[in-house]
Design a protein around this ligand. Structure first.
Ligand code: HEC
Length: 402
């Protein structure tokens, strides 16, 4: 019963997390687009634009026309009703953090820790993960508020190097999958903190100044804008990292940290394409060439195989030997009767306990345990490189049954 409850809660939180993320990213993409597509009114020269208006945009959606007008800093008079956009971001973080706890912290042995990387106790892994989130956010905040923060190009270069070094570090603390979710959670935390600590409080101060009849400080808006731009460029990489944790060839191969580094570049380049287009500054098609080259490099790197090098097996093993490897390394979790504490039924319905099932799942075995070392999770059953190589040779020979 408790297992059913845990699974149910986990599925519910994941559902909420994805929906909140869609709402957040959707509204954020929408406002970036709106902001960039604002144009001065044609009659501006004749004084047709109200004081403080930066520009306007006409949009059509769902059977109606919308005239959007943006006031720079703020309108002269506060409207009676003002819609804030913050719960999309907060809900995404709260549900994401809950999911991190349920999947990665409560299941640290399976998902966060890899003893061949570092033999951590679950509580130590959880503390490292939490500490990493807090410290990285504090370092980012300090960076933005330092002198460097005034200058976008050096700031983004340092920010990129900072994230790559962290990723490399996490791949030396956690499992590949744990490292992916950790860096994804870290970037997501920075993004939500930008909303919670800077963007919303600054907007509140601006509103308070207006209500009090004072002129709001334009620096507040500039600071919020900077963080909003960071969030814009981090969106695509963070989504990739969250999904990447489900792709063994990405997270459980040798160059997993380099793959993350490349994606941290591709994401902003793609955003640049859309930003330029929406701002009416043409379509920089070169961005797609860069993104395609980057993805080709990602695929090439993902072909490097498991982190523990296996070497090639000299001969194709007989099926008896293959079955013995799989039964001794996999079937305690992937069997009709699971003999692993905390696992109720064979994960993802993958059964590897009879000769037919083993042969039938040869491609999945190749993906999870030969081309990558995603399985066994954290190498809990201590599979050797030679065994991976033997399975590889068997699969390459067409997974024969003898
Ligand atoms: C300690 C238990 C355990 C052992 C041992 C284990 N697995 Fe798994 N396996 C899991 C869990 C848990 C999942 C589900 C992972 C997830 O949630 O994405 C899984 C998922 C899989 C999947 C599905 C991947 C997907 O993305 O759908 C395959 C294939 C797989 N395992 C193959 C293997 C092979 C091959 C071995 C032996 C070399 C093995 N497993 C050993 C626990 C185990």
């Amino acid at each position: 019963m408790d297992l059913i409850l845990v699974e149910g809660v986990s599925a519910l939180i994941r559902w909420l997390h994805v929906v909140a993320g869609i709402a957040w990213i959707g509204s954020s993409f929408y406002f970036i687009h709106l902001d960039l597509s604002l144009r001065a009114r044609p009659d501006q020269a004749n004084g047709g634009q109200p004081a403080g208006v930066q520009g306007e945009a006409w949009q059509v959606h769902g059977g109606g026309f919308y005239q959007m007008v943006k006031y720079l800093v703020a309108p002269a008079r506060m409207p009676d009703e003002l819609t804030w956009f913050k719960w999309e971001a907060y809900t995404t973080w709260l549900s994401g953090f809950a999911l991190l706890v349920v999947v990665y912290y409560l299941g640290a042995e399976l998902y966060l820790i890899d003893r061949t990387v570092l033999d951590l106790a679950p509580w130590a892994a959880v503390l490292l993960s939490l500490g990493g989130l807090v410290l990285a956010w504090a370092a980012y905040e300090a960076l933005c508020r330092s002198k460097l923060g005034d200058n976008e190009t050096p700031l983004s270069l340092v920010g990129f190097a900072f994230l790559v070094v962290l990723t490399w570090g996490f791949t030396h603390l956690f499992s590949g999958r744990g490292a992916f979710v950790q860096i994804g959670a870290l970037i997501g935390t920075i993004m939500v903190a930008n909303v919670f600590v800077v963007i919303i409080p600054n907007q509140k101060k601006t509103v308070a100044a207006l209500v009090a009849g004072r002129a709001p400080d334009p620096a507040l808006g500039r600071q919020a804008k900077q963080r909003s731009v960071h969030n814009n460029y981090l969106t695509l990489p963070v989504v990739f990292l969250m999904l990447g944790g489900h792709y063994p060839l990405l997270y459980a191969t040798r160059w997993n940290w380099l793959i993350v580094a490349i994606v941290l570049l591709i994401g902003p380049v793609i955003r640049h394409f859309f930003n330029s287009r929406h701002a009416g500054k043409g379509s920089p098609w070169w961005t797609w060439a860069v993104a395609a080259a980057g993805m080709a490099l990602v695929l090439y790197l993902s072909a490097a195989g498991p982190r523990t090098q296996t070497g090639a097996a000299a001969t194709v093993p007989g099926f008896d030997q293959v079955a013995e490897i799989v039964v001794s390394r996999c079937s305690m979790c992937h069997g009709e009767a699971v003999a692993w504490p905390g696992i109720a039924t064979a994960p993802k319905g993958v059964l590897l306990d009879t000769p037919e099932r083993i042969r039938g799942q040869a491609t999945l075995i190749a993906l999870a345990a030969v081309r990558s070392d995603a399985m066994p999770p954290g190498n809990l059953t201590e599979m050797t490189g030679a065994e991976r190589a033997a399975l590889g040779a068997w699969i390459a020979a067409g997974a024969p049954g003898k």
